[in-house]
Design a protein around this ligand. Structure first.
Ligand code: RIB
Length: 307
């Protein structure tokens, strides 16, 4: 059984700088690199790297970035047969600034990701039969995300939505989701509640869970995660690591979570594995390049997670 990821594929244009600039301020950067990214593609790489058969559905432009992005996904072993090459629109890009403490600013220009629609939804229908999990994010049109959630739900494929970047979701989509994984900021934007600690995160999680999604997991970086279900609500502390680049930490979490659920790990254990994937990803630069492989992941688990 496999993971399907429907989502964005971007070329990341990444500048490292000592600190992030203020509005109107010019700073000298230290390095500039182009690196494959996109929340959807990053999640697909994370899940593949941990051994889950993973298919990517999405779009790149018919351009140099598109070629590089496809080659990168193929090299990781992600199933790319259903990725559309769109001659009408250039590949999506993300402008990313990373400061010395690992924090970042990201601006995404969706390009071809903005055309994801009917073709990809047909691809999803055909892949659902052999799939356990569909991973979704919000860098493609919201209508396509909603339609995909419904298709997967009808095929009894579990739907995980990472609502990033945050936008308000129609209330009738929540019942088609199985797991919602906002970060702290996204959960605040979705609920209008302020999150300052695990208790307020649990309150936000409950507010989201009451909209009809059975499981809400709010990720809070080094403050860990909270898991809210209809039966329980609990906080799990994060692994302690030295973060150098937080880009794609959420993608690593979602990819790691999906890979663990496909292997039928129980929810708490799958969440720990998602957290371990994210912990390892932030110790490396880049998005896809930072995703740990199985060997690194297992070594980290055996040192840091006894269960
Ligand atoms: O989550 C990180 C990703 O967000 C980057 O790779 C960038 O492409 C944006 O989509």
């Amino acid at each position: 059984m496999s993971v399907i990821v429907l989502g964005s594929i971007n070329m990341d244009l990444v500048v490292h700088t000592a600190r992030l600039p203020q509005p109107g301020e010019t700073l000298m950067g230290k390095t500039f690199k182009t690196m494959p990214g996109g929340k959807g593609a990053n999640q697909a790489v994370a899940s593949t790297q941990l051994g889950a058969t993973t298919h990517m559905l999405g779009r790149v432009g018919n351009d140099g970035f598109g070629e590089t992005l496809l080659a990168s996904l193929r090299q990781y072993g992600v199933g790319c047969d259903r990725i559309t090459i769109d001659s009408s629109t250039p590949s999506g890009i993300a402008l990313i600034e990373v400061g010395d403490t690992g924090e970042n600013h990201i601006i995404v220009v969706p390009g071809a990701n903005g055309n994801v629609g009917e073709d990809e939804l047909q691809g999803l229908e055909s892949l659902c039969q052999d799939a356990t999990i569909l991973l979704l994010q919000l860098e493609i049109p919201l209508d396509s995300v909603i339609a995909a959630a419904k298709i997967a739900h009808d095929h009894h494929v579990k739907v995980i939505l990472d609502p990033a970047p945050a936008k308000s979701l129609p209330l009738d989509v929540y019942p088609f989701l199985d797991i919602l994984t906002p970060n702290q900021t996204e959960a605040e934007q979705l609920t209008g509640l302020s999150i300052t600690n695990s208790q307020t995160a649990i309150a936000a999680g409950k507010a989201l869970q009451q909209r009809g999604v059975p499981i809400v997991i709010i990720t809070m970086g080094e403050a860990g995660v909270v898991i809210v279900t209809d039966k329980t609500a609990r906080h799990i502390p994060a692994f302690t690591v030295e973060a150098v680049d937080m880009v794609a930490a959420g993608d690593a979490f979602n990819g790691g979570l999906a890979a663990a659920l496909v292997e039928e790990h129980p929810l708490d254990d799958a969440v720990m594995r998602g957290m371990a994937t994210a912990a390892l990803a932030v110790t490396q630069s880049g998005a896809q390049e930072s995703m740990p492989n199985s060997q690194t992941f297992q070594a980290f688990l055996s040192q840091n997670y006894k269960h």
